[in-house]
Design a protein around this ligand. Sequence first.
Ligand SMILES: *Cc1c(COP(=O)(O)O)cnc(C)c1O
Length: 378
Amino acid sequence: MRKNYLLTPGPTPLPPEVCEAQARPIIHHRTPQFQAILKEASEGMKYIFQTSHDVYILASSGTGAMEAAVVNLCSAGDTVVTVEAGKFGERWTEIAKAYGINCEVIKVEWGKAVDPKEIEKKLKANPKIKAVFTTLCETSTGVATDIEAVGKAVKDTDAVLVVDAISGLGAIDLKTDAWGCDIVVSGSQKGLMLPPGLGFISVSPKAWQKIESAKLPRYYFDLKAAKKALASTDTPFTPAITLIVALCEALKIMRQDGLEKIFARHKKMADATRAAMQALGMGLFAPTAASDVVTAVIVPAGIDGEKLVKTMRDTYGVTIAGGQAELKGKVFRFAHMGFIEEFDIIAGISCLEKVLKQMGYKFELGSGVKAAQEVFLK
Ligand SMILES: *Cc1c(COP(=O)(O)O)cnc(C)c1O
């Protein structure tokens, strides 16, 4: 017998209601039944995005929504700003370059957040910059960007602000309209408690203006087609029907709790996780600007980071994530997002302690769990 705990920054665990919804018989999408579901899902996503504008639901992973943002906004030869503070920021540059867009890259040391002044400087120096591509939670480092401040830097310029909120949406605050985010993209398998397979994208009136004149080739991800279809509660192609049915269940749960309570739960879990790691004598990779989504922890000297993650997963069924790219083996990432609660965190920390002890790391057994419990008791 083996019980599994999923504490990775995507996919994340599924509530039973979401699992059950996926077992229902399939229905046809060009029907009033599905239209009612699509309407409920689209309206619900406006609440999650904190926007009054339409949110389009794509059948793709999060990266598909990122690509949709790029191909709809830009023309070949445009210049954009991309912020690279980790692996996912780099993805913006990779997508833009694939389409012949010039990138003015702001490189940020991994583990730190971008200084909005850097973005302001770039925009002042080149008024032709069409868009600024940023990341709400840089999942590779655990850092959260101050999108509100970035929004202020971009708002009164001609550029649009694009935010990758794939791992932060529904876990930490992102006020799409109030903070001036023109395009926000997300995916289903992180904070939204769904399997992978849905991409989401919101578009502001300022972004629509750019889209009207943008010339990059596009077909599947043409947002004008998505807009036209949604106006009659429809989708341009066959939607991921089952996932959208499940999305309605996830949205019911999220609406019942409300965003404020959800954000508070994530903060508490993040605080408890960070307290536990520090009590165990381990350093946080991003001590400043840490997100409440995922915590990156520096693997202690003398411990094989990859073996630690593998043993927790393969021997005990507790899956956390290792480091990516330059952080491979150097950090592990403990996620506390989506359908995760206090005792999932406790289970994860106690497994981490057990394996660290077996690997010869010196610490007082139970000290991590104790520190986390103390945070939860507050
Ligand atoms: C997971 C993630 C992505 C990639 O999303 P896919 O669904 O794997 O395409 C992009 N950006 C961030 C910040 C992520 O966390």
